[in-house]
Design a protein around this ligand. Structure first.
Ligand code: PXG
Length: 464
């Protein structure tokens, strides 16, 4: 039975209003009009009480029915500085009064120029320019467009192919789902997918690497599939390869030792651009500014979003090497060089939130903090090996995932049960498929990390 049809248990009462049946859920919120993203709408709307969040402060949410939940995934990976940080709140308030909006095209405002410079300072060595978007999906589609256009600007019009990877999540734009590798995100939209795309194999292999701590020692050779694809397609036909240095959405799939390095070598050999989608890993999740620095591999472009504003205001972007930017700076000076951008690219309020976020990361030493907490999270989460139904545990930086064996004939139900029990235990875990993911705030205490894992043990035991 699909999850959607699980029977209604908590519906309180229905009432008649203007001839329509009105659901009066326990939360007192009328949920009907909102079509929720990536959500089992019908299941949710029958039992929304503890899943509607009213407030947040620091590392905790409060639900409309008064539960306090530890924010185990930092929102959706995006709020590691804690919610309502006074410096971010103050910066946003001030910005709204000073300059609420400034046209993104043919105009600028001072803080976006200085933000670009600050991001470049933190970026992998040799990267020099930032193009701003409003989300990770837009950052990915922007990077793919830049890749194709870059080769055209250089006269290499044959480079039209893109290579993504199985299990990759690159957002929900047409480009992002085309290079992405999560089947349900693609299947429904098959006619829209780009045609010139290949996928590398994902790097997860339970037999070889289950319960690895940090980077697995097996799997470097999987990068050679890029060589094979490039040769088969003709190396001069490939524009770019895009990978998440650590696959987040698919459940913290950590790159094998040497794998990213080998991708870099192959790209260099064939003139292929290497794009790192660092929407999750950018700005500290792996204890460095970017995964590129953590893994010691410099890509040609980096996509970012999420942590750049601590999730307070949407913002994303693409950081590029100077060769890429310079390739576009041709033709008459009065002409637009790249026909791409968004009304809200570099929005002043997002910009102010980003400056404040970078200030807080520096002032509070949060990269160091993430590094300090990493061994503790690793130790704690791997203690769950041997718990009922635990098939694999993976971790790197301040991110970890516990993969569960599906309940027989009921895919996804076990993780949902763990998630629901987690709420009863005061924990907001993230579940997708058979995986529970955790990426706690950098401002978490050691006690909070330990409790998060203790309560997960309770929830896993309850869900078998
Ligand atoms: N690239 C990567 C690597 C991502 O993880 C996106 C692009 C898209 O970003 P936007 O801002 O357009 O959503 C993402 C988003 C999860 C989860 O639970 C992950 C994301 C979003 C929501 C939930 O793993 N990643």
């Amino acid at each position: 039975m699909p999850l959607y049809y699980v029977r209604v248990e908590h519906r309180e009462k229905t009432a008649v209003k203007s001839g329509t049946r009105v659901l009066r859920p326990v939360s007192g919120v009328d949920t009907r009009a909102y079509w929720m993203p990536f959500t089992h709408n019908r299941y949710f709307k029958e039992r929304p009480a503890s899943r509607i969040l009213a407030r947040a402060e620091g590392a905790y949410y409060t639900t409309v029915d008064g539960r306090r939940l530890f924010d185990c995934l930092s929102g959706l990976w995006c709020c590691p500085l804690g919610h309502g940080h006074p410096k971010i709140v103050e910066a946003v308030e001030r910005q709204l009064k000073e300059l609420d909006y400034s046209p993104a095209f043919q105009m600028g405002h001072p803080k976006i120029f200085s933000l670009a410079a600050r991001i470049v300072e933190r970026a992998p060595a040799g990267m020099a320019h930032v193009f701003f978007t409003n989300s990770g999906s837009e950052a990915v589609d922007t990077a793919l467009k830049i890749a194709i256009a870059y080769h055209r600007m250089k006269g290499e019009t044959s480079r039209t192919r893109l290579i993504g990877r199985e299990r990759a999540y690159h957002g929900v734009g047409i480009g992002g789902i085309s290079v992405g590798g999560i089947a349900p995100n693609r299947d429904m939209f098959a006619p829209l997918l780009l045609q010139n795309v290949d996928h590398l194999p994902h790097t997860l292999n339970r037999r070889e690497m289950a319960f690895s701590r940090g980077q697995p020692g097996w799997g470097e050779h999987l990068a050679d599939e890029l060589e094979r694809l490039a040769t088969a397609r003709g190396p001069a036909s490939v524009a770019a390869v895009i990978v998440e240095p650590m696959q987040g959405s698919a459940g913290v799939i950590v790159p094998p030792n040497g794998y990213l390095e080998r991708l870099r070598e192959i790209c260099d050999r064939h003139g292929i651009l290497l794009v790192f989608d660092e929407v999750i890993t950018g700005f500290g999740r792996l204890g460095e500014n970017f995964g590129a620095q953590r893994f010691g591999v410099v890509p040609d472009m980096v996509c970012f979003a999420k942590i750049v504003t601590n999730g307070a205001v949407p913002m994303g972007g693409v950081i590029v090497k100077p060769e890429i930017y310079d390739a576009f700076m041709k033709g008459p000076e009065h002409a637009v060089e790249l026909f791409h951008g968004y009304t809200y690219s570099g929005h002043p309020v997002a910009t102010a939130a980003a400056h404040a976020t970078l200030d807080v990361i520096d002032d509070e030493g949060l990269l160091e903090r993430a590094r300090e907490l990493e061994p503790l999270l690793e130790q704690a989460v791997h203690s769950l090996k041997g718990e009922p139904g635990v098939a694999d545990i993976r971790n790197i930086g301040l991110a970890a995932a516990v993969e569960l064996e599906p309940l027989p004939g009921q895919p996804g139900l076990r993780a949902l049960k763990v998630f629901e029990r987690g709420i009863e235990e005061g924990m907001l875990y993230r579940f997708t498929g058979e995986t529970i993911a955790m990426a706690p705030p950098f401002v978490s205490t050691k006690g909070e990390i330990e409790r998060m894992v203790d309560k997960l043990q309770t929830a896993i035991r309850a869900a078998c």
